[in-house]
Each structure stands twice: as C-alpha cells, then as structure tokens.
Write a protein that binds this ligand. Structure first.
Ligand code: ZN
Length: 232
C-alpha cells in the first residue's frame, strides 16, 4: 500500500467498494442488514495474508470468524469458546473450519526457538509443546520454512482434537451432523487443502485443477490455474 495515509486510503477504498456492491446488487446491503445465517465458522490466524472471506471467494454474511495468532485453539480460551458456542449452538453453522497457513510467524518463531517476550511467549506455549512432542520429526526437516509448515499442520491437528472434544461441538456433530475440518492455506499458491482431520477424515476440499468449491452465493471453478466465478 503506497498511500501516504493507509487509514484514509482504506476509508476511501471502503467507500468505493460499498458503491460498487450497491450498484451491482441493490439488495446486497439491505439483505446484510436484515441478519446473518452463515454456514461456516472459520477459525484461522490473524495474519494479514489470510483474510478468510477473500481467500474463499465468498461474501460478507457467508463466514462467521474467529482469528488469533497462529490459530491456536485452546479449550480454556473464553474468546475462542464463545465464538464456537455462538456459531454452533445459535447460528447453527454446518461446518467448522480450522485453517493454518504457510509462513506463519508463530510457527516460524517456534521452530526457530525465538523468544518474543511479553504475552506472546505465553500465547505460543501450545506450539512449543507440539514442537517438543515432535522434536525428532521436525529436526529431520532441514528447511526452516518446511519445518514451520509441518508444525503448523501439527498445530491444526491438535486444534481439531480440541474442537472435537468441545461439548457444544460434540452435541452438534451427534444431533445434526455438524462437520469439522482441518485445513491449510498455502500463501505461495493461494490454495487451501484439507488435511483430513475432523469429522470426515481424508476428504479433500480444494486444490488441483478442475476441482470445485461450492459457496452459498457463488461457485468457484478452478481450471488450468485460472479461477472463474458463477453466481447462482
Ligand atoms: Zn499465522
């Protein structure tokens, strides 16, 4: 962002966006204002490069979100727990998606054994515990970026295990077939892959050529490295 004042730029960008959306679909904002019925709860990293609605090719209203540093899911974190409870028990989302990503600062700090100071080291403690539990495997990965990817994947696996042990989630899985997914976003390609954890182990969400991701409002089709979107 080359603007002198990035906040003023963001405000003017919002103004242009709101005008464009309203012009494109006059019902868009009145519909948004009337309430939300998202089908997906997204638990992801706070990283600026992982804006869930954008990378999913979806729209405001499609995804209920909780993001935190390194997408750590801790059973005793009331913030995460409240988001899960509201989305699952009240909004009755159909899917809970926990998504890690490549080049995650929290993962890189952990594999690099960096001390960040303050509350950050406390927050990243679960990642250091995962690092200690998988020390041998991680030590065998020489490239630091690849090592960070691996610990971020293990962190998603651990987070999905916490989600699957959450009482609100367990009730919804049993009573109405809520699905829990562990995914990974590759910054270098923009693709999200399903790591196969959660309620449907081994099911791939998206990634290669010719695969489709179905949203509520639009359908993204990937072919030959290009994506096109058709609004249904
Ligand atoms: Zn991150």
């Amino acid at each position: 962002m080359a603007q002198e004042d990035s906040f003023l730029y963001a405000l003017s960008s919002n103004n242009a966006w709101a005008g464009y959306k309203a012009h494109q679909n006059p019902n868009f904002f009145p519909k948004l204002a009337s309430g939300q019925a998202p089908q997906i709860l997204w638990l992801g990293c706070s990283d600026s490069r992982c804006p869930e609605t954008t990378i999913l090719g979806l729209q405001p209203g499609d995804v209920f979100v909780h993001r935190c540093i390194a997408n750590i899911v801790s059973a005793t974190d009331i913030n995460t727990s409240a988001a899960i409870e509201f989305a699952v028990a009240h909004l009755r989302v159909a899917h809970v998606v926990l998504c890690g990503h490549s080049a995650c600062g929290g993962a890189l700090a952990t594999v690099g054994r960096a001390r960040l100071g303050g509350v950050l080291d406390t927050w990243l403690t679960p990642l250091r515990a995962i690092h200690a539990a998988h020390e041998e495997e991680l030590a065998g990965i020489k490239d630091e970026g690849a090592r960070a990817v691996r610990i971020a994947e293990l962190n998603v696996e651990a987070g999905v295990a916490v989600l699957m042990a959450n009482g609100v989630v367990q009730d919804a899985v049993r009573e109405r077939g809520l699905e829990v997914h562990g995914c990974f976003f590759d910054l270098a390609s923009g693709r999200i892959r399903d790591l196969g954890f959660g309620t449907k182990r081994g099911v791939r969400v998206a990634g290669g050529n010719g695969e489709e991701v179905r949203g509520r409002h639009a359908q993204l089709v990937f072919r030959g490295g290009n994506a096109s979107m058709a609004v249904r």
